[in-house]
Design a protein around this ligand. Structure first.
Ligand code: GLP
Length: 260
Protein backbone atom coordinates (compact mmCIF):
# COMPACT_ATOMS: atom_id res chain seq x y z
CA UNK A 1 0.00 0.00 0.00
CA UNK A 2 1.27 3.48 -0.82
CA UNK A 3 0.74 5.91 2.05
CA UNK A 4 1.03 9.57 1.09
CA UNK A 5 0.82 12.09 3.90
CA UNK A 6 0.26 15.78 3.26
CA UNK A 7 0.28 18.53 5.87
CA UNK A 8 -3.18 19.89 5.16
CA UNK A 9 -6.56 18.76 3.88
CA UNK A 10 -6.18 21.02 0.83
CA UNK A 11 -2.82 19.51 -0.15
CA UNK A 12 -4.17 16.00 0.40
CA UNK A 13 -7.21 16.74 -1.76
CA UNK A 14 -5.10 18.22 -4.56
CA UNK A 15 -2.71 15.25 -4.57
CA UNK A 16 -5.62 12.78 -4.76
CA UNK A 17 -7.32 14.78 -7.54
CA UNK A 18 -4.12 14.83 -9.56
CA UNK A 19 -3.94 11.06 -9.31
CA UNK A 20 -7.47 10.77 -10.75
CA UNK A 21 -6.63 13.32 -13.47
CA UNK A 22 -3.54 11.36 -14.47
CA UNK A 23 -5.71 8.32 -15.07
CA UNK A 24 -8.18 10.31 -17.19
CA UNK A 25 -5.36 11.75 -19.24
CA UNK A 26 -4.09 8.26 -20.09
CA UNK A 27 -7.50 6.57 -20.28
CA UNK A 28 -10.21 9.11 -21.19
CA UNK A 29 -12.95 6.45 -21.04
CA UNK A 30 -11.99 5.28 -17.55
CA UNK A 31 -14.54 3.78 -15.19
CA UNK A 32 -14.38 5.64 -11.88
CA UNK A 33 -15.75 4.41 -8.57
CA UNK A 34 -17.07 7.40 -6.63
CA UNK A 35 -17.36 8.00 -2.90
CA UNK A 36 -19.45 10.46 -0.91
CA UNK A 37 -18.96 12.03 2.53
CA UNK A 38 -17.23 15.24 3.55
CA UNK A 39 -13.71 13.91 2.94
CA UNK A 40 -13.68 13.67 -0.88
CA UNK A 41 -15.30 17.12 -1.29
CA UNK A 42 -11.94 18.92 -1.64
CA UNK A 43 -10.80 16.36 -4.20
CA UNK A 44 -14.00 16.83 -6.22
CA UNK A 45 -13.56 20.62 -6.07
CA UNK A 46 -10.05 20.30 -7.46
CA UNK A 47 -11.28 18.00 -10.26
CA UNK A 48 -14.00 20.54 -11.10
CA UNK A 49 -11.36 23.29 -11.17
CA UNK A 50 -9.20 21.20 -13.52
CA UNK A 51 -12.24 20.60 -15.73
CA UNK A 52 -13.01 24.35 -15.92
CA UNK A 53 -9.52 25.74 -16.16
CA UNK A 54 -7.47 22.98 -17.74
CA UNK A 55 -10.05 21.18 -19.84
CA UNK A 56 -9.98 17.90 -17.89
CA UNK A 57 -12.51 15.90 -19.86
CA UNK A 58 -15.11 13.55 -18.41
CA UNK A 59 -17.14 13.09 -21.60
CA UNK A 60 -16.21 9.42 -21.98
CA UNK A 61 -16.08 8.59 -18.28
CA UNK A 62 -18.43 6.14 -16.56
CA UNK A 63 -19.00 6.30 -12.81
CA UNK A 64 -20.27 3.87 -10.19
CA UNK A 65 -21.00 5.10 -6.68
CA UNK A 66 -20.25 3.00 -3.65
CA UNK A 67 -23.46 3.32 -1.71
CA UNK A 68 -26.79 5.00 -0.97
CA UNK A 69 -29.14 5.28 1.99
CA UNK A 70 -32.24 3.15 1.82
CA UNK A 71 -35.52 5.08 1.75
CA UNK A 72 -34.20 8.55 0.86
CA UNK A 73 -35.61 9.82 -2.44
CA UNK A 74 -32.96 11.04 -4.91
CA UNK A 75 -34.12 14.63 -4.29
CA UNK A 76 -33.40 14.40 -0.54
CA UNK A 77 -30.49 16.74 0.30
CA UNK A 78 -28.78 13.95 2.28
CA UNK A 79 -29.13 11.29 -0.39
CA UNK A 80 -25.91 10.35 -2.13
CA UNK A 81 -27.67 10.95 -5.47
CA UNK A 82 -28.18 14.57 -4.43
CA UNK A 83 -24.62 14.83 -3.09
CA UNK A 84 -23.10 13.64 -6.35
CA UNK A 85 -25.28 15.93 -8.44
CA UNK A 86 -24.58 19.03 -6.36
CA UNK A 87 -20.91 18.46 -5.64
CA UNK A 88 -19.66 16.91 -8.82
CA UNK A 89 -21.87 15.86 -11.72
CA UNK A 90 -23.46 19.23 -12.37
CA UNK A 91 -20.03 20.89 -12.58
CA UNK A 92 -18.35 18.49 -15.04
CA UNK A 93 -19.26 16.82 -18.33
CA UNK A 94 -19.90 13.19 -17.35
CA UNK A 95 -22.87 12.05 -19.49
CA UNK A 96 -25.84 11.42 -17.17
CA UNK A 97 -26.48 8.00 -18.70
CA UNK A 98 -22.94 6.96 -17.68
CA UNK A 99 -23.50 7.58 -13.97
CA UNK A 100 -24.63 4.72 -11.74
CA UNK A 101 -25.57 5.11 -8.08
CA UNK A 102 -27.19 2.34 -6.03
CA UNK A 103 -30.92 2.89 -5.69
CA UNK A 104 -32.20 3.46 -2.18
CA UNK A 105 -35.80 3.23 -3.32
CA UNK A 106 -35.98 0.12 -5.50
CA UNK A 107 -38.82 -2.30 -4.85
CA UNK A 108 -36.47 -5.28 -5.22
CA UNK A 109 -33.08 -4.83 -3.55
CA UNK A 110 -31.76 -8.26 -4.40
CA UNK A 111 -32.45 -7.86 -8.11
CA UNK A 112 -31.10 -4.33 -8.09
CA UNK A 113 -27.84 -5.36 -6.40
CA UNK A 114 -27.32 -8.19 -8.91
CA UNK A 115 -27.98 -5.76 -11.79
CA UNK A 116 -25.56 -3.19 -10.34
CA UNK A 117 -22.78 -5.79 -10.10
CA UNK A 118 -23.51 -6.94 -13.65
CA UNK A 119 -23.42 -3.36 -14.94
CA UNK A 120 -19.94 -2.85 -13.44
CA UNK A 121 -18.75 -5.97 -15.25
CA UNK A 122 -20.39 -4.98 -18.54
CA UNK A 123 -18.64 -1.62 -18.38
CA UNK A 124 -15.28 -3.41 -18.12
CA UNK A 125 -14.81 -3.16 -14.35
CA UNK A 126 -13.78 -0.17 -12.25
CA UNK A 127 -10.39 1.34 -13.12
CA UNK A 128 -10.04 3.45 -10.01
CA UNK A 129 -12.22 3.26 -6.92
CA UNK A 130 -12.23 6.34 -4.68
CA UNK A 131 -12.87 5.59 -1.01
CA UNK A 132 -13.35 7.39 2.28
CA UNK A 133 -13.23 5.69 5.67
CA UNK A 134 -15.67 5.64 8.56
CA UNK A 135 -14.41 6.34 12.08
CA UNK A 136 -14.91 2.61 12.81
CA UNK A 137 -12.75 1.72 9.80
CA UNK A 138 -15.52 0.89 7.35
CA UNK A 139 -15.33 1.45 3.59
CA UNK A 140 -18.53 2.34 1.73
CA UNK A 141 -21.13 1.01 4.22
CA UNK A 142 -19.30 -2.25 4.94
CA UNK A 143 -19.69 -2.09 8.68
CA UNK A 144 -17.58 -4.09 11.16
CA UNK A 145 -18.30 -7.78 10.75
CA UNK A 146 -18.81 -7.57 6.99
CA UNK A 147 -17.41 -10.38 4.91
CA UNK A 148 -14.27 -9.40 3.05
CA UNK A 149 -15.77 -11.22 0.04
CA UNK A 150 -19.11 -9.41 0.25
CA UNK A 151 -20.88 -8.10 -2.85
CA UNK A 152 -23.34 -5.25 -3.37
CA UNK A 153 -26.14 -5.73 -0.86
CA UNK A 154 -28.40 -4.23 1.75
CA UNK A 155 -26.65 -3.45 5.03
CA UNK A 156 -27.80 -2.34 8.48
CA UNK A 157 -25.77 0.65 9.64
CA UNK A 158 -23.79 0.49 12.87
CA UNK A 159 -24.80 2.82 15.70
CA UNK A 160 -21.48 4.66 15.43
CA UNK A 161 -22.07 5.37 11.74
CA UNK A 162 -25.56 6.65 12.51
CA UNK A 163 -24.06 8.92 15.22
CA UNK A 164 -21.29 10.12 12.88
CA UNK A 165 -23.70 10.91 10.06
CA UNK A 166 -26.36 12.48 12.29
CA UNK A 167 -24.58 15.84 11.86
CA UNK A 168 -25.95 16.03 8.33
CA UNK A 169 -29.57 15.45 9.34
CA UNK A 170 -31.95 17.66 11.33
CA UNK A 171 -32.61 14.97 13.90
CA UNK A 172 -30.76 11.78 14.79
CA UNK A 173 -33.99 9.81 14.15
CA UNK A 174 -33.88 11.00 10.54
CA UNK A 175 -30.67 9.10 9.73
CA UNK A 176 -31.61 6.01 7.72
CA UNK A 177 -30.83 2.68 9.39
CA UNK A 178 -30.23 0.75 6.17
CA UNK A 179 -28.05 1.33 3.17
CA UNK A 180 -27.25 -0.37 -0.08
CA UNK A 181 -23.51 -0.73 -0.55
CA UNK A 182 -20.90 -2.26 -2.81
CA UNK A 183 -19.30 -5.15 -0.96
CA UNK A 184 -15.66 -5.40 0.07
CA UNK A 185 -15.23 -8.08 -2.60
CA UNK A 186 -16.71 -5.73 -5.22
CA UNK A 187 -14.34 -2.93 -4.15
CA UNK A 188 -11.29 -5.20 -4.20
CA UNK A 189 -11.97 -6.02 -7.86
CA UNK A 190 -11.29 -2.43 -8.93
CA UNK A 191 -7.93 -2.15 -10.71
CA UNK A 192 -6.78 0.59 -8.36
CA UNK A 193 -7.97 1.90 -5.01
CA UNK A 194 -7.55 5.45 -3.74
CA UNK A 195 -8.56 6.19 -0.16
CA UNK A 196 -8.68 9.70 1.29
CA UNK A 197 -8.92 10.50 5.00
CA UNK A 198 -8.41 13.60 7.09
CA UNK A 199 -8.78 14.74 10.67
CA UNK A 200 -7.96 13.39 14.10
CA UNK A 201 -11.24 11.46 14.32
CA UNK A 202 -9.99 9.21 11.50
CA UNK A 203 -6.53 8.57 13.01
CA UNK A 204 -7.50 5.34 14.76
CA UNK A 205 -9.32 3.96 11.71
CA UNK A 206 -6.41 4.81 9.40
CA UNK A 207 -3.85 3.14 11.67
CA UNK A 208 -6.06 0.05 12.01
CA UNK A 209 -6.67 -0.13 8.25
CA UNK A 210 -3.08 0.47 7.16
CA UNK A 211 -1.06 -1.22 9.89
CA UNK A 212 -3.48 -3.44 11.77
CA UNK A 213 -4.38 -7.02 10.99
CA UNK A 214 -6.65 -7.70 8.01
CA UNK A 215 -10.04 -8.18 9.55
CA UNK A 216 -13.72 -7.92 8.75
CA UNK A 217 -13.95 -5.79 11.90
CA UNK A 218 -12.12 -2.98 10.06
CA UNK A 219 -13.18 -3.44 6.47
CA UNK A 220 -10.71 -0.82 5.17
CA UNK A 221 -7.93 -3.20 6.24
CA UNK A 222 -8.89 -5.27 3.16
CA UNK A 223 -6.97 -2.65 1.16
CA UNK A 224 -3.83 -4.43 2.33
CA UNK A 225 -4.80 -7.32 0.05
CA UNK A 226 -4.96 -5.07 -3.01
CA UNK A 227 -1.80 -4.78 -5.11
CA UNK A 228 -2.50 -1.18 -6.16
CA UNK A 229 -3.96 0.72 -3.22
CA UNK A 230 -2.99 4.31 -2.44
CA UNK A 231 -3.96 6.16 0.69
CA UNK A 232 -3.84 9.97 0.91
CA UNK A 233 -3.93 11.34 4.45
CA UNK A 234 -3.55 14.70 6.10
CA UNK A 235 -1.24 15.12 9.07
CA UNK A 236 -3.97 14.59 11.70
CA UNK A 237 -5.33 11.39 10.13
CA UNK A 238 -1.75 10.04 10.02
CA UNK A 239 -1.07 10.82 13.68
CA UNK A 240 -1.44 7.25 14.97
CA UNK A 241 0.63 5.53 12.29
CA UNK A 242 3.61 3.66 13.71
CA UNK A 243 5.52 3.69 10.40
CA UNK A 244 4.96 7.40 9.75
CA UNK A 245 8.67 8.15 9.39
CA UNK A 246 9.07 5.45 6.79
CA UNK A 247 6.13 6.73 4.68
CA UNK A 248 7.58 10.25 4.78
CA UNK A 249 11.03 8.90 3.88
CA UNK A 250 9.60 7.10 0.83
CA UNK A 251 7.91 10.32 -0.31
CA UNK A 252 11.14 12.29 0.11
CA UNK A 253 13.04 9.75 -1.95
CA UNK A 254 10.35 9.46 -4.64
CA UNK A 255 11.79 12.01 -7.13
CA UNK A 256 15.04 10.05 -7.39
CA UNK A 257 13.50 6.56 -7.17
CA UNK A 258 13.78 4.13 -10.08
CA UNK A 259 10.77 4.43 -12.38
CA UNK A 260 8.36 1.49 -12.22
C1 GLP B 1 -20.21 7.12 5.20
C2 GLP B 1 -19.98 6.66 3.77
C3 GLP B 1 -18.53 6.30 3.53
C4 GLP B 1 -17.65 7.45 4.01
C5 GLP B 1 -17.87 7.70 5.47
C6 GLP B 1 -17.02 8.83 6.02
O1 GLP B 1 -20.27 6.07 6.06
N1 GLP B 1 -20.79 5.55 3.43
O2 GLP B 1 -18.34 6.02 2.17
O3 GLP B 1 -16.31 7.13 3.74
O4 GLP B 1 -19.23 8.03 5.66
O5 GLP B 1 -17.59 10.06 5.72
P1 GLP B 1 -16.88 11.44 5.94
O6 GLP B 1 -15.94 11.61 4.81
O7 GLP B 1 -17.99 12.45 5.91
O8 GLP B 1 -16.18 11.38 7.24
Amino acid sequence: MEVIIKQTYEEMSRAAAHDVARLLNTKPNAVLGMATGSTPLGMYQELVRMHREEGLDFSQVTTFNLDEYVSLPVSHPQSYHYFMQENFFKHVNVPKQNTYIPSGTTSNYQAFCAWFERRIEECGGIDLQILGIGSDGHVAFNEPGSSLSSRTRLKTLAKQTIEDNARFFERREDVPIYAITMGVGTILEARRLLLVANGKNKAWACAAAIEGPITGMVTASALQMHARAKVFLDDAAASELKMREYYDWIEERRPGAPQV
